[in-house]
Design a protein around this ligand. Structure first.
Ligand SMILES: Nc1nc2c(c(=O)[nH]1)N[C@H]1C(S)=C(S)[C@@H](COP(=O)(O)O)O[C@H]1N2
Ligand SMILES: [Mo]
Length: 349
């Protein structure tokens, strides 16, 4: 996605050769192969911890979860705690509000961008087994009256997840329709009581090279950081997601807690968040730092403003052939256009 910082080498060189050549074989041997995750491009090998058999299942959550009954009605609003990650993937509807079909669960969980795991779309689903999403805490602080550290279970109890079917439009010009489970970020921010001086929200992904192998590369500045203006963060569409298709998030989708901002390019929807700060400055995001001429702070989906290297006028919906036109604000103009009244969206791209 970025340019300058990514060396022009094929992924066969980025990924250790035996992983690249035969991922299945690697899967069987992983945990035994010392230094298996050492990137050929960057120095010392650290033996990673062996992955657990079922990555996303927290013992704690599994105990709380409702029994998986394949005949139960689709949970438009699941119980206060999420179904176990082992339940059947399900959504309450099979289209979004525009009548577009949901993207298959298989595609949503195997075609991912999560650079902490690697640059190929299949890396996060494969190497995600190294992420331990439980126990997990997120720290909410900065310019707030009530800073706090929340465990995921606290969040689920305080802010019961609801289903939101959103389009996700990647800046790379592909898109999906995903049934998320989550709660409005607004609720968490209100609980923290932002001070009058707070103007932006800054989000940070976990920094741990033992769980995120590519964080050992120096091509990027880690951890991944994102930001929103406070009014964008308070918009009802802005979701803190804890699941999709009625199940807990898998590592590849940003377990256990990620942001979803459906009217912005996918890279704003930061994954595996450990820190949320209210601040008085515009945070520099991961992609702004990597390539400031290509990626701006706002990153609103806009078919009229092209990426310097490709058109944003159309997109490829995963699972469909051909292309479809990209909609202004990804089809959410009615809910969000007011946020940008009077702004030059070419300048604030
Ligand atoms: N921490 C982190 N968050 C991230 C990314 C990433 O590389 N690291 N990729 C972003 C990009 S470019 C996209 S398109 C979406 C993809 O989300 P999905 O894989 O759940 O569909 O995650 C975003 N969040
Ligand atoms: Mo993306």
């Amino acid at each position: 996605m970025g340019k300058a910082q990514i060396p022009a080498i094929p992924s066969s060189e980025i990924t250790p050769e035996h992983v690249y050549v035969n991922r299945r074989q690697f899967m069987r041997g992983v945990g035994l192969a010392t230094g298996a995750l050492a990137l050929s491009a960057c120095g010392a090998a650290i033996a990673p911890p062996p992955p657990t058999a079922t990555p996303a299942v927290a013992a704690e959550s599994a105990a709380d979860a409702t029994a998986a009954d394949p005949n139960a009605p689709a949970p438009s609003v699941p119980a206060s705690l999420l179904p176990a990650a082992t339940s059947e993937p399900r959504a309450s509807r099979d289209t979004d509000e525009l009548g577009d079909a949901l993207t298959a669960h298989e595609a949503v969980t195997t075609y991912n961008n999560f650079y902490e795991f690697g640059l190929d779309k299949g890396d996060p689903a494969f190497l995600g087994a190294y992420l331990k999403p439980a126990p997990w805490t997120v720290e909410v602080g900065g310019l707030v009256n009530r800073p706090g550290t929340y465990g995921i279970e606290d969040l689920l109890r305080k802010f019961p997840p609801e289903e939101r079917i959103y389009r996700l439009r990647c800046v790379e010009a592909w898109s999906m329709v995903i049934p998320w489970l989550g709660f409005p970020l607004r609720k968490l921010l209100e609980a923290a009581e932002p001070q009058g001086s707070a103007k932006y929200v800054r989000f940070e992904t976990l920094l741990d090279p033992l769980q995120f192998p590519l964080q050992r590369s120096e091509w990027f500045e880690w951890p991944y950081v994102e930001g929103l203006r406070l009014d964008e963060a308070m918009n009802d569409l802005t979701l803190m997601s804890v699941g999709l298709y009625g199940k807990q998030l898998l590592p590849q989708n940003g377990a256990p807690l990620r942001l979803v901002v459906p009217w912005k390019y996918g890279f704003k929807s930061i994954k595996s968040i450990v820190k949320i700060d209210l601040v008085d400055y515009e945070p520099a995001s991961f992609w702004m730092i990597a390539a400031s001429d290509e990626y701006g702070f706002y990153a609103n989906v806009n078919p009229e403003v092209n990426h310097p290297r490709w058109s944003q006028a159309t997109e490829r919906r995963i699972g469909e052939t051909g292309r479809r036109p990209t909609l202004m604000f990804n089809g959410y103009a009615e809910q969000v256009a007011d946020l940008y009244a009077g702004m030059d969206l070419r300048k604030h791209f």
